[in-house]
Design a protein around this ligand. Sequence first.
Ligand SMILES: Nc1ncnc2c1ncn2[C@@H]1O[C@H](COP(=O)(O)OP(=O)(O)OP(=O)(O)O)[C@@H](O)[C@H]1O
Ligand SMILES: [Mg+2]
Length: 417
Amino acid sequence: MIIQGIHLLNFRNYGRLDLDVGPSVNIFYGDNAQGKTNIIEAIYVAGSVASHRTSKDAEMIRFGEEGYSTGLDLLCDDGGKMNVTAEFHTEKSDLSKNVRSYRVLMQDGVKIDRISDYIGVCNIVIFAPEDLNIVKNAPAFRRKFLNTLISKVSPSYFNLISDLSRLMNRKNAYLRNARNSRYDEAARTEIETSLDFWDFSIADLSADVIIMRDRFSRILSEAASKHHSDISGGKEKLSVGYDTISGCSVPLDAFADDDRQHDAYMKKGLSGSDYTRIKGILSDTILSKLKSARSYDIEKGISSVGVNKDDLDIKLDGLQMRSFSSQGQQRSASLALKLAELDILRMFTSSTPILLLDDVFSELDADRRASLLSAMKDAQIFITCTDRDMAVKELAPMESADSARYFKVSSGNVSAG
Ligand SMILES: Nc1ncnc2c1ncn2[C@@H]1O[C@H](COP(=O)(O)OP(=O)(O)OP(=O)(O)O)[C@@H](O)[C@H]1O
Ligand SMILES: [Mg+2]
């Protein structure tokens, strides 16, 4: 799949933009703060309904406006054409100070109600300076990376995560209220009964989440360590482990570590009867962990145990990268992880990923730039940079260099050339 046209309305510093783009490499160049990253962000939002820079949609609305729209004209691999458009609107009520906000997703002008039905349509992978957060920042960045990757391969996972997070928010609200009445004997029995109900549903959904995350963490680890070995000349070994509720990875080790089952497990996951059996074991384990933590959780008004605490354990030669690696080592690892994401999407989805490279050339040294470009052959690419001449030089070795299209970005205006 490739993008043929981009349509923006009131997105960041763009009022209106309707732009035809090329099928291979598209370079957006210009001075700082002109709107290069904003275009890349808009393309990513149109494909993934999420920004790589912010979780607040309102920030992407052009100052002084009430909503944004970002749309892509797509040419599908089978030759068909399609348009996808993501909009976000706010409405101020005259009677109260509250601002109502809502999202509109459309495919060929028809509204799509569920985000999961929209995000699988168009595969976009973004490489940006923010990728470094995956390696060096808090667990939430790694969970977001893993969740995004799995959702692209399996959009129903997105619904699973949304359902679980809704349930956990309600349980947490309940726990905060329950704190006030925890010393009352009769109230305590009622609290226990309600929490039994929450925990049963939470354990059930969490087991599904763990089964997905465990498998994709292992796939990610294999693919990322291969890329990392290329980038680092085989000098260092990168590994990615899945850190979840204690004891929950153990039943899955049996499939991943068994030579006869490994490949089938990685490619297809658990089969029907194994899935039911393992899910039962995991749900029981999670339920007992939630019960053990219950007194503490009621006391504090929080959920101290759960997949909401999951993390990826990213190590270089056995040492945790977040704490022990240099900036350069973290950069190589984050690049390897993103290249692994690209591999996984190529492996598991039928549509070719579209690649966005925001400011990546200035962040990487020559070897890493070469690794990146060699992984991107045949793909449609959108690149931002400040220096047009540098982009021409960097891209020269690529086969698609001759057909590259250049766009100058200046104060929210884009002109070809
Ligand atoms: N919601 C918004 N409404 C209007 N303008 C915005 C909004 N959000 C950001 N901007 C403006 O967009 C500009 C930054 O755009 P962008 O991040 O795309 O720059 P850039 O061209 O990528 O620059 P650099 O080369 O420094 O990365 C800033 O001038 C900023 O004020
Ligand atoms: Mg930028």
